[in-house]
Design a protein around this ligand. Sequence first.
Ligand code: DHB
Length: 391
Amino acid sequence: ERTQVGIVGAGPAGLMLSHLLGRAGIESIVIDLRSRDEIEHTHRAGILEQGSVDLLVDRGVSDRVHRDGYRHNGIELAFGGSGHRIDFQGLAGASTQLYPQTDVFIDLANARERDGGDVRFAVTDVSVDGLTSDSPTIRFTDSNGAAHEIRADFLVGADGSRSLCRHQVPEAECTQYFREYPFAWFGILTEAPPSAPELIYNHSPYGFALISQRTSKLQRMYFQCDPGENVDDWSDDRIWDQLQTRLGANGYTLKEGPITSKTVLPFRSFVQEPMHHGRMALAGDAAHTVPPTGAKGLNLALADVRVLAEELERAVRSHDAAPLATYTQRAVARVWKSQHFSYWMTTMLHTLPDASPFDTRRQEGELASVTGSVAGSTYLAEAYTGWPGSK
Ligand code: DHB
């Protein structure tokens, strides 16, 4: 088989890229090790920047994000005994949209099906080869057990944080940047009404907690925990006790309900540069990971493929790999701004295991500097909503 662009990974990055290429008249084949059902049922983050919403709507994926999503014009930063609102509209003239990544995936998968896109889920034995040749190759076995070899003009690794494609780049050809954090998030879904109109990022002497939402009847919440924490050790009572204690420190009381999902999410910062090698480009988590505080992961992946689609169109039409270097150049600036923002939100709000009372009071001073200043809170508002006006 032949195609113009072979894409490994059918998450939001891979599917959005395939969709954008399709609109430009470029054919692609997308494969994924996971089944469609498996991807649909993996809970991920829920906040879209305005630019991500626009990409879904303006490029004809779906307008369900407007109908089923919820617009948020700000967030609460809670610390030192009370909440402090960051007014995104007033400070940055922008908003975010609460719309889960699983719904973004469903919209993209439906749009690919509607437009005749070629997406193959639940494949096995994936390998990529010939990245620096004129005709890189993907091999895999499909869900019926048939072996395939796809020759492409270009390949894209959009295959997530444990990317197989990334591992094909020789060590001498790239630089990897890492940072680890000594904590994780315990994430829950609970069948309860919202506890507040907007998201609460809650700093406390007992550790960080984030109160997010899904619908009027289902809420998403997270609290900082040890990375080695086992969900089986956490009864609903123990979870609510932690959440109420942390939020109570700032004067909030949470509305409780049955907890229907419990997971521990790892924290890591990672970037691999350049974001291309030969005739392969990396996009989304395959090229970089951010810690979840600030919900940049999905937004950054969509920003990558918006640029990558343009550069791949040039590359395919000119039979030349040079536009992939331009892709790295254009995408990497936003990657490092997002890396900084996610790191900054994380370190400002979380408690280190060996934190002293000085450290906690200093963080409160930092949070007061941000919320008490138009300049400080404008930085947060602009970064959180996705640097409005940036391309
Ligand atoms: C959600 C996740 C985040 O990491 C965040 O910063 C905000 C919201 C969420 O899942 O709703």
